[in-house]
Write a protein that binds this ligand. Sequence first.
Ligand code: NAP
Length: 317
Amino acid sequence: MVAPWRKAPVAKINLAIVGIGKIVRDQHLPAVAGNADYRLVAAASRHGRVEGIDNFTTIDEMLAAMPSIDAVSLCMPPQYRHAAAVKALAAGKHVFLEKPPGATLSEVADLQALAEANRVSLFASWHSRYAPAVEAAREFLAGTRIRSMRVVWKEDVRQWHPNQDWIWQAGGLGVFDPGINALSIVTRILPRPVFATAATLEFPENREAPIAASIAFTDAEGLDLEAEFDWRQTGRQSWDIVARTDAGEMLLSEGGARLSVDGRLVHEQPEREYPGLYQRFAEIIAAGRSDVDLAPLRHVADAFLLGRRKVVEAFHD
Ligand code: NAP
């Protein structure tokens, strides 16, 4: 744990966003607009623009032109995030990393060291951890014995990631792009760290990243945990975590939005993942700290290290 370096800032945080695409328009812009701690002052993107603020085509031009920027959210695909993060941190800006925080574990460690050296906050955001029922699931599991857990994350890639070439390229994570959201929840709600013992990754013959994966995990007490990720799902989509426990069967469904025990709904609240992320980012800036938990990315890296590879039918958008 590094000692805090800042007193609480008195003014609003002048924020810039880089990589204006789907997630910025769907989530970042409304979340920032709804948070009085921030003033959105600039955007940098090769093609995307945000109305009503200063727009640049590169982060270099933006940082040079606007020294008043305090913090930068980096929302481009993961393979291009480290280079931008180095520029922002070296310029003394606090940095919010979209998930996954980078393409490799080592490059994120490099960013942690740079943030510490420059005495600014680095936030590796995991939006699914801020889904409404995740903390209730964590509390439920803390009070009982878990016999087994199944994670089933199956969605239609054509519906959720149409024409996103980067996601199929090396470093784009493929099915682990949504799968890492499940792992971010699992690593938050379980009482002990887990580790992979076996994995199978299915690669379309024409792609660099997997379309499906299954991973078996255990923990120091022999937990039986299996995760299944599949992008070929049509019809009903599932983002479910089921735990058989001494206190009944827990179902955390809809990506962490609803919690049921033995079929009875026990927790459901309106979705506020990105408002929660921006609240947390402002808190760590005020406290002079970073928040970088690499466990979800480490599990994906372990699956790539340990996984048996199967080549499957080509995938075309
Ligand atoms: P996206 O729309 O495909 O990409 C975001 C923007 O990044 C693009 O519009 C593009 O803007 C810029 N970009 C693309 N390729 C680039 C490159 N080679 N170099 C620099 N910039 C590049 O993707 P997204 O869905 O918003 O996802 C971005 C990140 O957010 C990913 O890490 C993803 O996992 C995460 N995320 C996405 C979702 C979702 O539902 N989509 C949800 C949560 C988190 P310009 O062309 O204007 O530069």
